[in-house]
Design a protein around this ligand. Structure first.
Ligand code: MRU
Length: 354
């Protein structure tokens, strides 16, 4: 297997560099983000995407603003950083990791009230680096926990991109797959192309190929027939927000897979760090689903496949009810229904060990 690690977010001398994911797999280009506006646009335009990755990027966005602040007083500095927090909060609404990371940066800011601005800038930079480093460690634990569920599977299906490109480490669901594949060379992955933005075709296929894992790329409408033929042993996906009853927002198309898994008696797993939990919400009905530009549907990758003026519905995510999820893999371990109990105790465990 290839050993060089794929890392899409780099912090160099106070500046954020992002791998331009919209050009993958055909071109590797890095985008320099030296203002908070550039960081916010990179999240909105999906230069960077994936729940943990946008959280890390937003934290660095705060650090960019803090290090570039010209404020001469702690109060003016606080205003500059709060303006950045406000801008970054408006980028994408569904993945809770973004809000989690911004809240943590805000808490750090509050703890430093009154200190001189240059010290505060350096501390905020350190906090963003810490968030990034912690996510890398979480991915390792998710990989190990998820691989236990995949042991013995021959064919695993996944949706969207949940690997290194979506996180600060080796991924969430994809980390489970790559970890399982290290033990079981026969593991084969069905990679859903993930319409309309094609994260599966462009990014997951690129990552599994990079890892040397056996795979086939399929269009999203092929999974039902594969399941019927007995050619899918398990499905594992990531998450953008998991609420108290286990309802899970993830890439559009996830819900359909969960329904199909149930109909065919196939286990359906979700893998995410505890930073993706939003236990203040009791059900998926409370999750805000991002609506994206119609052109992503009519012009995938800039190629027209439908008339520009057609009415389009383009939600980026859907919600899979907790009752369709066989297990939720967290860095603390594996949670099963009833989720309102298992998720709460997992979160308490992770907070106690922080
Ligand atoms: O719109 P995207 O590409 O940001 O959506 C990403 C997903 O839905 C992923 O499955 C999710 O963030 C989990 S990533 C580890």
């Amino acid at each position: 297997m290839a050993s060089q690690k794929l890392r899409p977010i780099l912090w160099k001398k106070g500046t954020l560099h992002l791998l331009e994911q919209r050009l993958l797999p055909f071109r590797e280009k890095w985008v320099k983000c030296d203002t908070v506006e550039k960081v916010a646009r990179a999240i909105e335009d999906m230069t960077v995407r994936g729940a943990p990755a946008i959280g890390i990027t937003a934290a660095y966005g705060v650090a960019v603003a803090a290090l570039r602040s010209k404020a001469g007083t702690p109060l003016a500095f606080k205003r500059d950083v709060e303006k950045a927090l406000l801008r970054l909060r408006k980028t994408r609404p569904t993945a809770v990791n973004l809000f989690w990371a911004l809240e943590r940066m805000q808490l750090r800011l509050k703890e430093m009230t009154g200190a001189n601005p240059s010290d505060q800038g350096r501390w905020l930079e350190r906090e963003a680096l810490e968030i990034h480093k912690e996510d890398e460690a979480l991915c390792g634990r998710l990989g190990k926990n998820g691989a236990r569920l995949l042991a013995g599977c021959r064919n695993v299906l996944t949706h969207c991109n949940t690997g290194a490109l979506a996180t600060g480490g080796d991924g969430t669901a994809l980390s489970a797959i790559t970890t399982a594949a290290r033990k079981n060379r026969k593991l084969h992955v069905w990679v859903d192309e993930t319409r309309p933005y094609l994260q599966g075709a462009r990014l997951t296929a690129y990552e599994v190929a990079h890892a040397g894992i056996d795979f086939h790329l399929i269009t999203d409408n092929m999974s039902a027939s594969l399941m019927k033929q007995g050619r899918v042993d398990a499905i594992i996906v990531g998450a953008d927000r998991i609420v108290a009853n286990g309802d899970t927002a993830n890439k559009i198309g996830t819900y359909a897979l969960a329904v199909l898994a149930k109909a065919h008696g196939i286990p359906f797993y979700v893998s995410a760090p505890t930073t993706t939990l939003d236990l203040a919400k009791s059900s998926g009905k409370e999750i805000v689903i991002e609506q994206r530009n119609p052109r992503e549907v009519t012009h995938p990758q800039g190629v027209a496949i439908a008339k520009e003026d057609y009415p389009v519905y383009n939600p980026a995510f859907d919600v899979t009810p907790g009752e369709l999820i066989t297990a939720i893999v967290l860095e603390t371990g594996i949670c099963r229904a009833p989720y309102h109990r298992s998720l709460r105790s997992a979160l308490a465990q992770s907070q106690a060990s922080a």
